[in-house]
Design a binder for this molecule. Structure first.
Ligand SMILES: [Zn+2]
Length: 75
């Protein structure tokens, strides 16, 4: 038997009712925003999203602004 949230991952918390495409997009964005990202100052992978548009690098202890859900667009 398949797991309940196999395909829809993060979007599982919304249940049905938002449509497949919306939930697919949400997964892409949410998996990006929770990943550690490369710091533009020290070029290390240590940047975490603190809140919308606010990013914090724990390697060089800098807090800075960026896009709401990701730092740089990843292909
Ligand atoms: Zn840094």
């Amino acid at each position: 038997m398949a797991t309940k949230t196999k395909k829809i991952r993060h979007a599982g918390r919304f249940g049905a009712g938002y449509g497949t495409n919306v939930r697919k997009k949400l997964n892409i964005i949410e998996s990006l925003q929770r990943k550690k990202q490369v710091c533009p100052h020290c070029k290390k992978q240590g940047v975490k999203r603190e809140s919308s548009g606010i990013w914090y690098c724990k390697k060089c202890d800098k807090r800075f602004t960026g896009h709401a859900y990701y730092l740089e667009k990843q292909a």
